[in-house]
Design a binder for this molecule. Structure first.
Ligand code: ZN
Length: 250
């Protein structure tokens, strides 16, 4: 039965992952059948999408209306010098299809309004927040809460980063519970700078969390915030509880 889902070529392509007892053929099949929405094809999105695509996520939808600039190339690894001026979702799609022609990659190049974005959240199994602004983060959290679509959220700036997952189950916190507790820095990489591999580390962790959620491997960062300090290379974890005052989930 299993060979109907994964071809012989795919069995070879993904064999190192299938070898993991916790993944196995079942896990790889779940990845192939999954749909993941990546919001933002910048530093985080390039790293996350690259591992998701190479790792065999069946359908990736990349969303970005921005164009590739020279100053992006230090950290946005799906885009090349030849892509300067191209739309980031299209450039990302092109790179991912070259890495893995077995998967389907869809590019959305326009800015989506709430209702359209809600429909996209509903049509996907997991949403990966790789955006660079609070407005989009807050909107995505609300839409994922409404549609009960798991959200993997990541942020990186300077030499710091964070990752957390939200599944919107009854007792689980949401992104708003986090941001209202600790505040949100409004700085962008344009103002504060960012170390090239910092976005790679955080985006790769986001990809790992997506794969874990879809295939049922391990224990995702639900109710936990992972904080990374790249300068000292130390990682710590904070517990996050549902807030009774949260305007989204309570
Ligand atoms: Zn909340």
């Amino acid at each position: 039965m299993t060979d109907e889902i994964l071809s012989d070529q795919e069995m070879v392509r993904y064999c190192r992952q299938i070898l993991l007892p916790s993944c196995d053929i079942d896990g790889q099949e779940k990845l192939k059948q999954a749909r993941v929405l990546v919001i933002g094809v910048g530093g985080l999105g390039c790293a996350a999408a690259q591992y998701l695509g190479a790792g065999g996520l069946g359908r990736l939808t990349l969303v970005d209306f921005d164009k590739v600039e020279l100053s992006n190339l230090q950290r946005q690894i799906l885009h090349t010098t030849a892509n300067i001026g191209d739309n980031k979702a299209l450039s990302g799609q092109q790179s991912l299809q070259a890495i893995n022609p077995e998967i389907e990659v869809v590019a959305i190049t326009r800015k989506m309004a709430g209702e359209e974005l809600a429909q996209e959240c509903l049509a996907h199994d997991v949403v990966v927040d790789c955006c660079d602004n609070l407005e989009t983060r807050t909107l995505l959290n609300q839409l994922c809460f409404n549609t009960k679509t798991p959200l993997v959220s990541g942020a990186a700036i300077r030499m710091e980063g964070m990752v957390s997952c939200f599944d919107y189950s009854d007792d689980a916190p949401c992104y708003q519970c986090f941001s209202q507790l600790f505040g949100e820095q409004q700085l962008s990489c344009m103002e504060a700078g960012v170390l090239s591999p910092a976005v790679g580390i955080i985006g790769s962790i986001q990809a790992a969390e997506v794969i874990k959620i879809i295939s049922g491997i391990g224990r995702p960062l639900i109710g936990r915030i992972l904080l990374a300090d790249i300068a000292t290379m130390s990682f710590r974890e904070m517990k996050l509880s549902k807030s009774a005052q949260c305007k989204v989930c309570s």
